[in-house]
Write a protein that binds this ligand. Structure first.
Ligand SMILES: [Zn+2]
Length: 67
């Protein structure tokens, strides 16, 4: 198993945060997606989602297995 990495395209930095989000148009019920982000790209990824009106929650990610 490889180390968790940032979800930003082309970024290989270790993830330090997780972003749980949902697209109300295609995700029904409690289904949601999880992205991982490094310190540098957390604001970018979060803004990308919130600018589209998606519900977003962020949390610290310390390397534990994401469910
Ligand atoms: Zn990154």
């Amino acid at each position: 198993m490889s180390d968790p990495q940032c979800s930003r395209a082309g970024c290989r930095a270790a993830a330090t945060a997780r972003i749980d989000w949902r697209n109300p148009r295609i995700h029904t019920g409690e289904r949601r997606k999880t992205w991982l982000a490094c310190d540098e790209h957390l604001p970018f990824l979060r803004d990308y989602l919130t600018s589209r009106g998606f519900p977003v929650t962020t949390d610290s990610f310390l390397g534990e297995a994401a469910s």
